[in-house]
Design a protein around this ligand. Structure first.
Ligand SMILES: [Zn+2]
Length: 471
């Protein structure tokens, strides 16, 4: 047994907010100083089921509410303590760190208590889970999860006008629902994060995390606990090819995620035939309704030699795309502008080629009610493959369609995808679900407005994921 301390988290002289008895007791330990954070005396009117009468009280009530939801869903004979504080965190006018949380310690190679499950040898466990499996508290003088949340949210220069909603009824409207953010962050602290370095691929102290056992790369055909450091670092950038193989999540995804994944299939030439990832357009026909099977015509002779399609096409270009799928380059003008330009030239659909080497292909914003054709965005690599085939004199034939057999946010075997964009996003990559998931999931890297406070199917996959790792 080896306990590893991740960060200092001594008990301060702090009050405990006790919760009703449940399947697991989770206590919030108030680490804030006098007059700030949870102790902020600013008067507040009770809101959305939160009876607190000061800002500090309302914050603490929201924390206790989120802790009670997790407590009701988990089983542990060992109490869980969350050291929490509200501090000024990074933010500006347009974005903000809402909060962060993680385990204070990890532990490995400890004995499991009878009936509490199995401990996989040689893998790190977040301390709250290690305690549960062992039936004892390995760090009785310390908190098990450390959580910090942004006290400045909603103030000038910190997403002004979008403070945390402190009600616990889910009616956040345009505000940011603190309870949802708390459920998300506590999820990380309970086990939804790897302890492995996604940039270098290096294990923490030479051992994988239990998370790594279930993070499986569909191209390497290995899980993260079976790879070299270099393979893991590559897998961390292998967008939408890294999936979660846990059985509970696999079964739950079937009745949590929606069916239907947009895709580009190249059927000709053989050299580049296959399935390619696409981003969807907010404008024009949706692939749900409209499938297109056609040859590709490239827009080539626009300003500076690229196929930007920002102004009416030349006669030669219009001829090249008429009746076909127009291949255009990203840049200079909006996506909907390009779509209108190629539609006016007679194109049946549009493929926009990304102009930087980022993955996966992002969705495309834009509004133009007169655009009727469907559009998708592909990566620079995909675009270059198509351009290369065209330059070599090949006909390129594609199918743009919705694959109704594939869950949205899962691979073809129904395994939910992890978030691994290129470039790597420290703090977000690997330890979240991919953003393509629909319905939206609690453990995506962004808090979507349509999330509920449920952590389990048919609303969410966080609880089955935690069960996969031993909860
Ligand atoms: Zn997160």
């Amino acid at each position: 047994m080896t306990i590893k301390k991740l960060m200092a988290a001594l008990f301060a002289t702090a009050g405990l907010a006790a919760l009703p008895a449940s399947a697991a007791n989770i206590f919030i330990v108030n680490f804030d100083g006098p007059g700030e954070g949870f102790n902020d005396p600013t008067p507040a009117a009770p809101v959305g089921g939160n009876p607190g009468t000061t800002l500090g009280e309302q914050r603490l009530n929201a924390f206790a509410y989120a802790a009670s939801i997790w407590g009701a869903n988990l089983q542990s004979t060992v109490d869980i303590y969350v050291g929490a504080r509200m501090d000024p965190l990074a933010c500006d006018a347009n974005s903000a760190v809402l909060g962060s949380a993680g385990p204070t310690f990890v532990n490995r190679d400890f004995p499991a208590a009878p009936g509490q499950g199995t401990v996989v040898a040689g893998h790190w466990y977040h301390i709250a889970l290690a305690n549960k499996l062992a039936g004892e508290d390995f760090v009785p003088d310390f908190v098990h999860i450390s959580a910090r949340f942004n006290s400045e949210l909603g103030k000038p220069n910190c997403l002004a006008g979008s403070p945390f909603y402190l009600g616990i009824d889910g009616n956040a409207g345009t505000l940011i629902d603190l309870s949802t953010v708390l459920l998300h962050e506590f999820g990380h602290g309970l086990g939804f994060s790897t302890t492995t370095n996604g940039t270098t691929g290096a294990y923490n102290g030479g051992f994988p995390s239990i998370y790594d056992k279930f993070a499986y790369d569909n191209d390497a055909n290995k899980a993260w606990n079976q790879m070299t450091d270099a393979q893991r670092a590559a897998s961390a950038l292998n967008s939408r090819r890294l999936v979660w193989t846990g059985l509970n999540t696999w079964v739950s995804a079937l009745f949590t995620l929606d069916f239907g994944t947009p895709q580009l299939q190249i059927t000709k030439p053989f050299s580049i035939a296959g399935l390619y990832q696409v981003g969807e357009a907010a404008f024009g026909a949706q692939l749900d309704d409209k499938r297109v099977e056609q040859k590709v015509g490239q827009v080539v002779d626009q300003t500076n030699g690229t196929g930007l399609a920002c102004t009416a096409l030349s006669t030669a270009n219009a001829k090249a795309v008429k009746g076909k799928v127009a291949l255009v380059d990203r840049g200079v003008c909006g996506f909907a502008v390009k779509a209108k330009v190629v539609q006016d030239a007679g194109a049946k659909a549009m493929i926009v080629v990304e102009n930087v080497d980022v993955t996966p292909p992002a969705d495309m914003a834009g509004v133009d009610a007169t655009v009727k054709i469907p559009s998708v965005r592909v990566t620079l690599a995909t675009g270059n493959a198509i351009k290369g085939a065209l330059a070599g004199g090949d006909d390129v034939k594609v199918q743009l369609e919705m694959n109704w057999l594939q869950l949205r946010g899962a691979d073809r075997l129904g395994r939910t995808m992890l978030f691994n964009p290129k470039p790597f996003q420290p703090g977000s990559s690997i330890s979240h679900w991919d953003t393509s998931a629909e319905r939206n999931l609690l453990m995506e890297p962004f808090i979507n407005a349509d999330l509920t406070h449920s952590v389990k199917p048919p609303k969410d996959l966080t609880l089955p994921m935690l069960k996969d790792i031993g909860w």
